[in-house]
Design a protein around this ligand. Structure first.
Ligand SMILES: [Zn+2]
Length: 146
């Protein structure tokens, strides 16, 4: 989904007149007559800018766009694990500290790490330390019998 606010260089709280100003500034900037050197990319840019303006300049279509944008943002806040990995597949690291740490390699070359503290908190979602991948670490919560 395209971020029309970003395309127009405005913020989601921009007023109609701010959007209009931003639109005209962009049209001037991307006007084919002023950009003879990179004419190829301009037609796309201008079409996008016009789309963004048409959507955001009407209160009704802007409200609809805002609603779908915020729904989209809420969805993207919820991490989606790429795979489920049992803790048995993790490697326990030799930690000098008090917190036991387990590691699992990520396909990006980085690694996922989960600590005993994380597990006591009941955390299962583990983010890669190098990329945006998330996995679900499978383990049984051990009851303390002592
Ligand atoms: Zn990674």
């Amino acid at each position: 989904m395209l971020d029309y606010y970003q395309i127009l260089n405005t913020s989601p709280s921009a007023s109609y007149s701010e959007i209009k100003l931003a639109y005209h500034a962009l049209l001037l900037k991307h006007h084919p007559d002023k950009n003879i050197h990179n004419a190829n990319s301009n037609s796309i840019d201008i079409a996008l800018i016009k789309d963004a303006y048409v959507t955001l300049s009407s209160p009704i279509s802007r409200a609809q766009y805002d609603a779908s944008l915020s729904r989209r943002k809420q969805e993207s806040l919820v991490p989606r694990p790429a795979q489920v990995v049992s803790l048995e597949e993790f490697t326990q690291l030799d930690t000098l500290g008090s917190d036991d740490t387990w590691e699992y390699p990520c396909r990006c070359g980085g690694s996922y790490r989960i600590t005993e503290t994380d597990m006591e908190k009941g955390l299962h979602l583990v983010a890669c330390r190098s990329c945006s991948e998330v996995i679900w670490a499978g383990y049984e919560v051990q009851e303390d019998e002592e």
